[in-house]
Design a protein around this ligand. Structure first.
Ligand code: TYM
Length: 336
């Protein structure tokens, strides 16, 4: 790469809802830090997405700060990456509106996450929930993003983002960079501990997931209780042994060991030994993050500074794309 070549852009976001869990960590957050070495990264706390489901306002505000502290505790460096709240950069909502006008009802109604959430929140199937993917497309396209690190469940949303961007570019010329998802080989879909055929989810009961901030003894208890099978054989076989395979994915993701190596490690041993090893590995991974979290979350002045600086810098970048979009679609400039 030439010295003066611009670095590629990475964008990702996490919703400040509920408790961040091991699936969010392994599928997404853990991968954010290392990308800072090679790319210009933006990591947003996507609070506008969070309000597509009814939130308690006090709790939402706390969750936003909590998530920012976790970003920092997990190794995101505000000197290298932009860390900010989505709602602090109004261009996200502005571009989302424009993109809504280039998105079809039919494509949005095919989104798996919309169908799931509409079922879970049948009393509140609001327009925001429906248009969720166009706001996500705006997040990504505003910054001319090249790569989007996410878990497997967001793949469909990146695909629709690409479709919308290509549609827009076909009409107006090359306005948006077409983004690609970055999905890890292991751990892109961590399953529930109590039902390993379902995705681990923030909105499910506490005992189905390991929260990043769970105490070590709670983590151990949850892993011990995780549903497996009666075969007492540590073998990766998602079809027939979803529970064991899920624990193996978790173990593999945090230790870096491959599935064959893990199978060998536990030949002739029962699930008891295996689960203790999984719990030890998860605790060893999360404890340092929890310690940093306790320090960082107590420092409100620091959090304020990160949040303000991040939003200012992001707004400047977003304005460049937004002014191009305005010009292309024919919105008059504020100075004639
Ligand atoms: P959210 O907040 O639901 O989840 C945050 C990240 O965690 C990943 N994830 C998982 N990975 C593995 N196993 C699981 N069980 C699991 N559950 C969640 C998600 O794939 C995600 O990467 N729409 C996004 C937030 C968003 C966004 C964006 C992401 C808004 N704008 C722009 C990227 C780019 C969401 O709901 O993630």
């Amino acid at each position: 790469m030439q010295e003066n070549e611009r670095k590629k852009i990475v964008f990702s976001g996490i919703q400040p809802t509920g408790n961040l869990h091991l699936g969010n960590y392994i599928g997404a957050l853990r991968n954010f830090g290392p990308l800072q070495e090679e790319y210009d990264c933006l990591y947003s706390i996507v609070d506008l997405h969070a309000i597509t489901v009814r939130q308690n306002p006090t709790q939402l505000r706390q969750n936003c700060l909590k998530l920012m502290s976790l970003y920092l505790a997990a190794g995101l460096d505000p000197d290298r990456s932009l860390i900010y709240f989505q709602s602090h950069v109004p261009a996200h909502a502005e571009l989302a509106w424009v993109l809504n006008c280039f998105t079809y009802m039919g494509e949005l109604s095919r989104m798996t996450q919309f169908k799931d959430k509409a079922q879970k929140h049948a009393e509140n199937i609001n327009v925001g929930l429906f248009a969720y993917p166009t706001l996500m497309a705006a997040d990504i396209l505003l910054y001319q993003t090249n790569f989007v690190p996410v878990g497997n469940d967001q793949k469909q949303h990146i695909e629709i983002t690409r479709d919308i961007a290509e549609r827009f570019n076909a009409i107006y010329g090359d306005v948006f960079t077409i983004p690609e998802p970055l999905i890890g080989k292991v751990g892109a879909r961590i399953m529930s501990l109590s039902d390993p055929t379902r995705k681990m989810s923030k909105s499910d009961p506490e005992d189905t997931f390991i929260a990043i901030l769970d105490e070590p003894n709670v983590i151990r208890k949850k892993v011990r209780r995780a549903v497996t099978d009666s075969e007492a054989l540590v073998k990766y076989d998602v079809e027939n042994k979803p529970g064991v395979s899920n624990l193996m994915s978790i173990y593999s993701a945090v230790t870096g060991k491959g599935f064959a190596e893990i199978e060998n490690e536990f030949v002739g041993k029962g699930y008891g030994d295996f689960k203790e090893a999984v719990a030890d590995a998860v605790i060893a991974e999360l404890e340092p993050i929890q310690a940093r979290y306790r320090q960082i979350s107590a420092d409100k002045a620091y959090l304020n500074e990160v949040m303000t600086k991040g939003a200012e810098r992001a707004a400047k970048l977003a304005a460049r794309t937004m002014s191009k979009v305005r010009r292309k679609v024919g919105l008059a400039a504020t100075q004639l």
